[in-house]
Design a protein around this ligand. Sequence first.
Ligand code: ADP
Ligand code: GLC
Length: 482
Amino acid sequence: MRILLASSEVHPYSKTGGLADMVGALAKYLAQAGQQVGVVTPLYSGIRERFPHLRPGDIRITLPLGSRHVQADVWTLEVADRLVIYFIDQPDFYRRATLYQHQGVDYPDNAERFLFLSKCVAHLARNLPWKPELVHVHDWQVGLVPLFIRHQRLEEGWVDAPKTCLTIHNQAYQGHFGADAYEWANLPLDYFEPNGVEFYGGLNCLKAGIVYADRITTVSPRYAREITTEALGNGLDGVLRLRQGVLAGILNGVDYDEWNTTDNPFLKHSFAADSLEGKATSKLDLQRELGLPEASHLPLFGTVTRLVEQKGVDIQLSALEEMLAAEMQFVLLGSGESQYEKAYKKLSARYPTKVAVKIGYDHGLSHRIEAGCDFYLMPSKFEPCGLNQLYSLRYGTIPIVRATGGLDDSIIDLAEDVERATGIKFAEYSSSALVKAIRKGLILFEHSDLLLHLRTNGMSADFSWEKTAQKYLKLFDKILSE
Ligand code: ADP
Ligand code: GLC
């Protein structure tokens, strides 16, 4: 099968969150399974320096964007057999150090930046010599691609146009712009209507994908159900209900080549389910690295996250306020909204021997936190899939999660199944429910047999991408046969 993926971030080139991990891994494992794969993504600042093998391709694209024409060069990187990354080099749009925002405020030209990216994707899909037969787009930034392809098929003679699939990683981000932005699509006004791309008088890029893609997936089965409800639909539940027949959830996998506890360049000590000494040493190392007292007898809780409402920051902050009287430690690595950054810094200033907070982005430290902690806190308000709870399982760190989206699909609580339990789950979105869950963690910490049982279950759970990629391939087969 010949598949072209498109995403505004792809690990290891650019990343703000799990979207990058997911697309990078999906591409890799589809290619490993024998498919021809391309990925289109922007060439942001720093990528060329970090990947000197990038080749300036001979593809130059000039496309209309409203009343002007914008030019881009396409750089390519052949990563593996059958896997090529196409980087769109448009310096005005993408040569920036951060992807979407500056100091917490969205770039004012995001509509142009990502409509242009979407046009480049459709252009490459049409002109690449290997003729992709399926275009798989991820999130709102490339949400207009299915419409561009459809329009060119219906109106501009693209007879063998590829089929399209949209994956929604987060329905809360929609790329909702003013009506003026539609001008940059250079499409007839016919599509700018309630059954098309129009949403409350403006342009909604995610809605465009939902309406015009041949198939829609989300990154967990439960989230696929949740987004068709008013509570978690973010205003698009009605549109999604109309397309429920082509909507399905596939839980993300983990790239165990990278997220593992042996031969990991970010970890000093290896460990495995049957030899946990390295984990105990990793805990002491982490405490030292973050300036906490080195104490194996204290339960260590951790979180690595974007600091945004979605992640349950408010209930986590108040639950910690209540719990920190207990003998425990907590470490956080995160960045995001400044009110949350400040609140966490304040907490660590008040409890310097119990709380360590690192504001910023640090890939290596994220591995060391996963490895060194006893428990991983993820009390998300909603969570399309979530990857850190899956990384935690492999790293022998017991996830404490709220039962929502992919967290509910991937973690088994003791109350559900003692034999197969991997973590602690709570349902209600409140700090008191989280406090109870943390207390359960403290009790579990005192019962080393049970703790080991959960740990071993988690470490041997299999969320490998090989399996997940097969599910996508099955779906793609179905799309192509329709
Ligand atoms: P989301 O995509 O909603 O942020 P996920 O759990 O799917 O949540 O994925 C988050 C990814 O981003 C994980 O790989 C996590 O380790 C990483 N991450 C988040 N914040 C940071 C940070 N401050 N430093 C390093 N990695 C981070
Ligand atoms: C989004 C979601 C997260 C998911 C990730 C990768 O960022 O917030 O839950 O794991 O995409 O699919």
